[in-house]
Design a protein around this ligand. Structure first.
Ligand code: ADP
Ligand code: MG
Length: 216
């Protein structure tokens, strides 16, 4: 990974494309057990990042992640805005002046996810985005040097999102439904999976974003 966040514009566009492609499905999920605004919230945040993506690409990763966190936090209402804002801001703080190697990324992502847990007072098994972020973080640490790291990340994200289907929500709006939240995949877990898969595909040496192609 280069010293500056040079590939951030491509990664942001990949995430936008992926959320656009899954918009109907994600909105349906948030309507079922939430309030239906999840895609609007994500797109608002991603468009805000897209608007500053050239500027972000000139920054080093610590500054870029900080600016991403502040932007998402301030532009996005809803639980997801403050949670993703927290993720990026903690990743920035944890990076310090180090180069962003895979092992360092695994470490700062782990610390970022820990701060999301604190911010949301939530953990694995509560039917939230954390059911994707935590297993992905674990795979990043355990498989950092593995040649098939990207495939393992995608599989962990897919499994994590699917696992929320049978869970009862105990955090966020879906928790108001209690037992009736069971049987639906959590929208925030699914969107995390979709964005992670898109970013991984864009990072793959010859797997750049292909128009019209669908990631996992
Ligand atoms: P809101 O719930 O405020 O309408 P969004 O629709 O943008 O916000 O995001 C909802 C998603 O946020 C949920 O599907 C869930 O994954 C995630 N979420 C909600 N509350 C929490 C929490 N306390 N901790 C972690 N994730 C949460
Ligand atoms: Mg919502």
């Amino acid at each position: 990974m280069s010293a500056t966040a040079a590939n951030l514009p491509v990664l942001i566009q990949s995430a936008i494309h992926a959320i656009d492609s899954h918009a109907a499905e994600l909105t349906e999920l948030d309507r079922a057990i939430g309030d239906g605004d999840h895609v609007d919230n994500l797109i608002r945040g991603l468009q805000a990042l897209s608007a500053i993506s050239e500027e972000l690409s000139q920054l080093d990763w610590q500054q870029a992640l900080l600016k991403m966190g502040i932007t998402v936090m301030s532009k996005v209402g809803g639980a997801s805005g403050s949670l993703y804002g927290t993720l990026f801001m903690t990743m920035s703080k944890s990076l310090q002046n180090r180069a962003l190697t895979t092992a360092v990324f695994a470490e700062i992502f782990h610390l970022g996810v820990e701060s999301v847990k604190l911010r949301g007072k939530a953990d694995k098994g509560e039917k939230t985005m954390l059911d994707v972020l935590i297993p992905v973080s674990e795979v990043l640490i355990s498989h950092a040097a593995h040649p098939d790291l990207f495939d393992h990340i995608k599989q962990a994200a897919i499994n994590g999102a699917e696992a929320t289907r049978d869970m009862v929500a105990t955090k966020g709006r879906a928790s108001f439904l209690g037992e009736r939240s069971r049987g639906h995949v959590d929208a925030g877990a699914k969107s995390s999976q979709v964005m992670i898969c898109a970013v991984v595909d864009a990072l793959k040496p010859n797997g750049g974003m292909q128009q019209g192609s669908r990631s996992c």
